[in-house]
Design a protein around this ligand. Structure first.
Ligand SMILES: O=C(O)CCC(=O)C(=O)O
Ligand SMILES: [Fe+2]
Length: 318
């Protein structure tokens, strides 16, 4: 664990029901681990044999990497397809007799809709037999449901730090995970490239390249089988699988429908108004580009100051 950053331990709430969630946890808009919620028989049933038998031979698109620390910048992974049952078996074994890259390769599934450009992942549609074993807690209005996403990871796999734009319940069905989160107010310390942080090795970062990362306050916790991690929209998260595991995450909309981009099938496209604001800023940068350097630099600073003074409202309260 990095000692240069302030670390705040995630709260673990035991025996949470809808009332406690809605009254005490949700309004704080801070991540928390919910333990002891009834997630259904999946918790005991979903072993490798059972999953392989009940999910059938549906082809799924996966990430395959020889390095468990997946790197979206250098793309150290491949996209491949496997039947779900094969993926389940392979993700649970540590060395493989059949492989794409090498016998130690790791796998990650982020399930997609049937046609990923149009359809949204929904475990009830894509894996109806398995969905019967999962009880999604009724902590939000059914009309606010967006997607339910199968996530399967090999032991050791680390998913890069990113944010999503919807509220999220990450239901860890089997396996343990270490989760590290950063508040949205840490954006300036995370060296973002779109929705992802360029700092991949969060425990041993190159501070000569990413000096501000040392100031990012992190929240940290460990998920056990059956735990639910509540990730409020915009909170950055980095996930390390301590063993092979299966999770289902549920995204739901906490804002009104028209705020969301209707072409978003992942739950990570910025809100329509945020996209528009960013396009306008891109236009402003283009206009600055036409100025002589001294003026460009000066007015760029003025723009930053104007945005800060008029649009910032929060400092991290961790
Ligand atoms: O646990 C994982 O595999 C990643 C979870 C995640 O990124 C999410 O639920 O949004
Ligand atoms: Fe995510």
């Amino acid at each position: 664990m990095a000692t240069f950053q302030k670390v705040v331990t995630l709260d673990v709430h035991c025996s949470v029901n809808k009332h406690i969630f809605l009254e005490e946890i949700y309004p704080r808009r801070r991540p928390a681990i919910l333990r002891g919620v009834d997630i259904g028989p999946c918790k005991t049933k979903w072993n490798v044999e059972y999953l392989a038998k009940h999910a059938g031979d549906k082809e799924v698109k996966i990430h395959v990497s020889s390095n468990p620390q997946m790197d979206f910048i250098h793309k150290n992974f491949l996209y491949r397809s496997l039947p779900f049952s094969t993926l389940i078996k392979r993700s649970a074994e540590s060395t493989h007799s059949e492989f794409f890259i090498d016998q130690d390769e790791v796998y990650y599934l982020r399930a997609l809709g049937d046609d990923p450009r149009k359809d949204i992942a929904n475990i009830h549609q894509q894996f109806p037999d398995l969905a019967k074993d999962l009880n999604i807690p009724d902590f939000f209005e059914p009309s606010k449901f967006f997607s339910s996403v199968f996530r399967i990871a090999s032991k050791g796999l680390q998913l890069w730090t990113h944010y999503d734009i919807m509220d999220n319940m990450l239901i860890q069905v089997t396996g343990h995970k270490r989760v590290v989160l950063f508040s949205p107010q840490e954006a300036e310390n995370l060296y973002l490239d779109g929705d992802k942080s360029s700092v991949l090795d969060i425990d041993n970062p190159d501070l000569s390249k990413y000096p501000r990362f040392a100031h990012a306050v992190r929240m940290e916790g460990r998920l056990e089988p059956g735990d639910i991690l509540f990730i409020p929209a915009l909170w950055f998260h980095n996930v390390i699988s301590e063993d092979a595991g299966v999770a289902v995450n549920v995204f739901w909309k906490h804002l009104s429908d028209e705020m969301y981009d209707h072409k978003d099938t992942y739950g990570n496209k910025d809100l329509v108004l945020a996209q528009r604001a960013m396009q306008i800023v891109d236009g402003a940068i283009k206009a600055l580009d036409k100025l002589p350097e001294d003026y460009r630099d000066f007015y760029a600073r003025r723009l930053v100051l104007r945005i800060q003074s008029k649009a910032y409202s929060k400092t991290s309260d961790l």
